[in-house]
Design a binder for this molecule. Structure first.
Ligand SMILES: Nc1ncnc2c1ncn2[C@@H]1O[C@H](COP(=O)(O)OP(=O)(O)O)[C@@H](O)[C@H]1O
Ligand SMILES: [Mg+2]
Length: 157
Protein backbone atom coordinates (compact mmCIF):
# COMPACT_ATOMS: atom_id res chain seq x y z
CA UNK A 1 0.00 0.00 0.00
CA UNK A 2 1.33 3.39 -1.03
CA UNK A 3 -0.07 6.52 0.59
CA UNK A 4 0.72 10.12 -0.24
CA UNK A 5 -0.70 13.45 0.92
CA UNK A 6 -0.20 16.28 -1.53
CA UNK A 7 -1.21 19.59 -3.05
CA UNK A 8 -2.88 19.88 -6.46
CA UNK A 9 0.33 20.07 -8.46
CA UNK A 10 1.78 16.97 -6.79
CA UNK A 11 -1.57 15.23 -7.13
CA UNK A 12 -1.42 15.64 -10.91
CA UNK A 13 2.14 14.32 -10.95
CA UNK A 14 0.95 11.27 -9.01
CA UNK A 15 -1.64 10.61 -11.71
CA UNK A 16 1.00 10.85 -14.41
CA UNK A 17 3.36 8.56 -12.51
CA UNK A 18 0.53 6.08 -11.99
CA UNK A 19 -0.22 5.94 -15.72
CA UNK A 20 3.41 5.39 -16.65
CA UNK A 21 3.87 2.62 -14.08
CA UNK A 22 0.80 0.57 -15.05
CA UNK A 23 1.69 -3.07 -15.60
CA UNK A 24 0.21 -4.96 -18.55
CA UNK A 25 -3.06 -6.78 -17.91
CA UNK A 26 -4.71 -9.71 -19.66
CA UNK A 27 -7.98 -7.90 -20.27
CA UNK A 28 -8.77 -4.23 -19.86
CA UNK A 29 -6.93 -2.32 -17.16
CA UNK A 30 -9.61 -1.39 -14.62
CA UNK A 31 -9.03 1.26 -11.97
CA UNK A 32 -11.65 1.92 -9.29
CA UNK A 33 -11.59 5.46 -7.89
CA UNK A 34 -13.03 5.61 -4.38
CA UNK A 35 -13.80 8.68 -2.30
CA UNK A 36 -16.39 11.33 -1.51
CA UNK A 37 -17.53 14.25 -3.60
CA UNK A 38 -14.65 16.68 -4.12
CA UNK A 39 -12.00 14.16 -3.08
CA UNK A 40 -10.26 14.45 -6.47
CA UNK A 41 -11.50 11.52 -8.61
CA UNK A 42 -12.31 13.58 -11.70
CA UNK A 43 -9.14 15.65 -11.29
CA UNK A 44 -7.17 12.40 -11.27
CA UNK A 45 -8.85 11.23 -14.50
CA UNK A 46 -8.12 14.59 -16.15
CA UNK A 47 -4.42 14.39 -15.24
CA UNK A 48 -4.30 10.75 -16.38
CA UNK A 49 -5.86 11.74 -19.71
CA UNK A 50 -3.20 14.39 -20.17
CA UNK A 51 -0.49 11.81 -19.50
CA UNK A 52 -2.06 9.67 -22.24
CA UNK A 53 -1.80 12.51 -24.75
CA UNK A 54 -5.55 13.17 -24.77
CA UNK A 55 -6.08 16.83 -25.59
CA UNK A 56 -9.87 16.71 -25.49
CA UNK A 57 -11.38 18.23 -22.33
CA UNK A 58 -12.33 15.53 -19.86
CA UNK A 59 -15.41 16.46 -17.87
CA UNK A 60 -17.28 14.57 -15.25
CA UNK A 61 -19.50 12.09 -17.12
CA UNK A 62 -22.06 12.05 -14.30
CA UNK A 63 -24.97 12.54 -16.69
CA UNK A 64 -23.53 10.43 -19.47
CA UNK A 65 -22.33 7.66 -17.14
CA UNK A 66 -19.64 6.69 -19.62
CA UNK A 67 -17.39 8.53 -22.03
CA UNK A 68 -14.60 7.24 -24.27
CA UNK A 69 -11.50 9.09 -25.41
CA UNK A 70 -9.09 7.82 -28.06
CA UNK A 71 -5.54 7.76 -26.72
CA UNK A 72 -3.31 9.82 -28.96
CA UNK A 73 -0.32 7.56 -29.47
CA UNK A 74 1.66 10.24 -31.28
CA UNK A 75 1.69 12.60 -28.35
CA UNK A 76 2.50 10.07 -25.66
CA UNK A 77 6.04 9.27 -24.56
CA UNK A 78 7.58 5.93 -25.44
CA UNK A 79 8.69 2.99 -23.34
CA UNK A 80 9.08 3.26 -19.60
CA UNK A 81 11.34 0.37 -18.72
CA UNK A 82 11.19 -3.38 -19.00
CA UNK A 83 7.98 -5.06 -17.88
CA UNK A 84 5.85 -1.94 -17.91
CA UNK A 85 3.20 -1.18 -20.46
CA UNK A 86 3.96 1.59 -22.89
CA UNK A 87 1.18 4.12 -22.50
CA UNK A 88 0.69 4.05 -26.25
CA UNK A 89 -0.52 0.44 -26.01
CA UNK A 90 -3.81 1.80 -24.73
CA UNK A 91 -6.17 2.78 -27.49
CA UNK A 92 -9.08 4.06 -25.45
CA UNK A 93 -9.55 5.73 -22.12
CA UNK A 94 -13.01 4.88 -20.77
CA UNK A 95 -14.19 7.27 -18.08
CA UNK A 96 -17.15 6.02 -16.05
CA UNK A 97 -18.99 7.87 -13.29
CA UNK A 98 -21.26 5.47 -11.45
CA UNK A 99 -22.66 8.12 -9.10
CA UNK A 100 -26.13 8.14 -10.60
CA UNK A 101 -26.46 4.41 -11.12
CA UNK A 102 -28.95 2.62 -8.94
CA UNK A 103 -27.75 -0.81 -9.97
CA UNK A 104 -24.68 -2.22 -11.71
CA UNK A 105 -27.07 -3.73 -14.29
CA UNK A 106 -27.32 -0.23 -15.77
CA UNK A 107 -23.61 -0.32 -16.52
CA UNK A 108 -23.86 -3.83 -17.97
CA UNK A 109 -26.46 -2.44 -20.34
CA UNK A 110 -23.74 -0.15 -21.70
CA UNK A 111 -21.77 -3.19 -22.94
CA UNK A 112 -19.43 -3.02 -20.00
CA UNK A 113 -18.52 -6.72 -20.21
CA UNK A 114 -17.18 -6.22 -23.72
CA UNK A 115 -15.05 -3.29 -22.62
CA UNK A 116 -13.54 -5.44 -19.88
CA UNK A 117 -12.22 -8.00 -22.35
CA UNK A 118 -10.12 -5.66 -24.45
CA UNK A 119 -6.54 -5.04 -23.20
CA UNK A 120 -6.44 -1.85 -25.23
CA UNK A 121 -8.95 -0.25 -22.84
CA UNK A 122 -7.98 1.67 -19.74
CA UNK A 123 -11.15 1.99 -17.67
CA UNK A 124 -11.28 4.55 -14.86
CA UNK A 125 -14.39 4.26 -12.68
CA UNK A 126 -15.54 7.00 -10.31
CA UNK A 127 -17.79 5.82 -7.45
CA UNK A 128 -16.52 2.31 -8.10
CA UNK A 129 -18.18 1.06 -4.90
CA UNK A 130 -21.55 1.42 -6.68
CA UNK A 131 -20.60 -1.17 -9.28
CA UNK A 132 -18.03 -3.20 -7.33
CA UNK A 133 -19.98 -6.41 -7.96
CA UNK A 134 -19.26 -6.29 -11.71
CA UNK A 135 -15.67 -5.02 -11.57
CA UNK A 136 -12.89 -7.61 -11.80
CA UNK A 137 -12.07 -8.71 -8.24
CA UNK A 138 -8.42 -7.79 -8.66
CA UNK A 139 -9.01 -4.31 -10.12
CA UNK A 140 -6.64 -1.54 -9.07
CA UNK A 141 -8.12 0.61 -6.32
CA UNK A 142 -7.23 4.20 -5.49
CA UNK A 143 -8.75 5.83 -2.42
CA UNK A 144 -9.00 9.62 -2.29
CA UNK A 145 -9.53 11.67 0.83
CA UNK A 146 -10.12 15.35 1.46
CA UNK A 147 -7.63 16.75 3.99
CA UNK A 148 -8.17 20.50 3.58
CA UNK A 149 -9.00 22.90 0.68
CA UNK A 150 -5.61 22.42 -0.96
CA UNK A 151 -4.64 18.96 0.19
CA UNK A 152 -5.73 15.41 -0.62
CA UNK A 153 -4.54 11.98 0.42
CA UNK A 154 -4.17 9.26 -2.21
CA UNK A 155 -3.94 5.63 -1.25
CA UNK A 156 -2.96 3.10 -3.91
CA UNK A 157 -3.61 -0.61 -3.41
N1 LIG B 1 -4.42 18.59 -3.58
C1 LIG B 1 -5.46 18.47 -4.38
N2 LIG B 1 -5.62 17.36 -5.10
C2 LIG B 1 -6.69 17.21 -5.91
N3 LIG B 1 -7.66 18.12 -6.08
C3 LIG B 1 -7.56 19.27 -5.39
C4 LIG B 1 -6.46 19.49 -4.52
N4 LIG B 1 -6.61 20.71 -3.96
C5 LIG B 1 -7.73 21.21 -4.47
N5 LIG B 1 -8.32 20.37 -5.33
C6 LIG B 1 -9.59 20.64 -6.03
O1 LIG B 1 -10.56 19.78 -5.49
C7 LIG B 1 -11.56 19.53 -6.48
C8 LIG B 1 -11.76 18.03 -6.62
O2 LIG B 1 -12.91 17.83 -7.37
P1 LIG B 1 -13.16 16.57 -8.27
O3 LIG B 1 -11.89 16.10 -8.88
O4 LIG B 1 -14.28 16.90 -9.18
O5 LIG B 1 -13.62 15.51 -7.16
P2 LIG B 1 -14.55 14.22 -7.32
O6 LIG B 1 -14.53 13.79 -8.75
O7 LIG B 1 -13.89 13.22 -6.39
O8 LIG B 1 -15.91 14.62 -6.84
C9 LIG B 1 -11.06 20.14 -7.77
O9 LIG B 1 -11.71 21.38 -7.95
C10 LIG B 1 -9.58 20.34 -7.52
O10 LIG B 1 -9.04 21.44 -8.22
MG1 LIG C 1 -16.13 13.34 -10.08
Amino acid sequence: MDTTTCNLEEFKKEAKRFIHELAPARGATVVGLYGNLGAGKTTFVQAAAKALGISETVNSPTFLIQKRYPVNSLETPGSHGAGTLKVRDFETLVHIDAYRLKHSRELQALRFEELLKDPRNLILVEWADKVADILPKDHIKIFFEFVDERTRTLRFT
